[in-house]
Design a protein around this ligand. Structure first.
Ligand code: DON
Length: 302
């Protein structure tokens, strides 16, 4: 196994030397993210985690959308969820003000409007919704995760666009829940702190069919894990999803906090943390690490 650690350390060094660019969003600076932060973690089938680089905690941001989706599928059932949120890629930015006016269904659960609609399905009260999402993420990571109060506060101060999306859903007759409550719950999920190691375990929980390989606990049904990875394949990297599938070839999800996780069934989970983002909102150095790992280990699913 030390050969894998040696490989990861060499990869991290060369990506730090050779790849730069992008911007750190102001929100990430609240968690102390710096441009020289780079972590790579791999969770193996037996739950062992190999990692190099910073153990820095950062906001999970949009990666929480995948876990909200899996939790909603198990809580409400596939028909209920798919009837209300579609699974089609948009090719648009993650916070696009878009709604399919023919069906009233957001195009997928990994853009903001879809994730907000999914969040509303997680329970009948704000507390039940927030706890169901939090519990799903903690069980997938195999430890108690904390919500970063400063990130949550800043996200809520800057929530006009997400509130607009929630009000659009209500105006289209697609969501009965209070817009502010749902956005607060969704943003609270985004403000949860994780490390790259946590994300690798969360990815391995999906790739292992919903069972956390570290704790042995079933977190999601096999079907929910499969549907979640399916939508990660087509929509996980936003308007860069096509390039990502071509180059890396793994179901993945990025977040503006700097994390990327990728799942390789039947068992493996990969994650990176690097806070500078490209024009799509995807982490620049993390993407470079995945490009190289995919090539070096032939990880592409096809
Ligand atoms: O809703 C938002 O705008 C953020 N809290 C999450 C955005 C995010 O991570 C998009 N990802 N790349």
């Amino acid at each position: 196994m030390s050969a894998l650690l040696d490989y990861l350390a060499a990869l991290r060094g060369s990506v730090l030397d050779e790849v730069s660019g992008g911007q750190i969003p102001p929100m990430s600076k609240l968690t102390g993210a710096r441009s020289d932060h780079l972590a790579i973690a791999v969770c193996l089938g037996d739950g062992e985690v190999m990692s190099v680089g910073t153990r820095h905690e950062f906001a999970i941001q949009s990666i929480s959308k995948a876990f909200g989706y899996a939790a909603a599928l198990d809580h409400r059932g596939e028909d209920h969820v798919l009837n209300r949120v579609d699974v089609e890629p948009t090719g648009e930015v993650f916070n696009a003000v878009s709604l399919n006016l023919d069906t009233g269904r957001p195009k997928n659960p990994l853009i903001n409007i879809g994730a907000i609609r999914i969040h509303a399905m997680l329970g009948t009260s704000p507390r039940e919704r927030r706890e169901r999402l939090h519990e799903a993420m903690c069980r997938a990571a195999g430890r108690d995760l904390e919500v970063h109060a400063d990130t949550l506060e800043a996200e809520m101060e800057d929530a006009d666009r997400n509130l607009a999306l929630a009000h659009m859903l209500r105006a289209a007759g697609q969501m009965a829940e209070d817009a502010h409550d749902v956005v607060e719950g969704y943003v609270r999920g985004c403000s949860t702190l994780v490390t790259a190691e946590d994300l690798s375990v969360m990815a391995a929980t999906l790739s292992s069919g919903g069972v956390n390989p570290k704790t042995g606990e079933r977190v999601f049904s096999r079907r929910a894990a499969k549907l979640t990875m399916s939508v990660m394949m087509t929509c996980g990297m936003y308007d860069d999803a096509g390039d990502w599938m071509t180059d890396v070839g793994l179901p993945a999800k990025s977040g503006v906090g700097g994390g990327i996780l990728a799942a390789l069934p039947p068992k493996l989970g990969f994650a990176t943390f690097s806070p500078s983002l490209d024009e799509h909102g995807n982490p620049v150095r993390g993407t470079a690490c995945f490009d190289r790992m995919s090539r070096d280990f032939a990880l592409h699913m096809l």
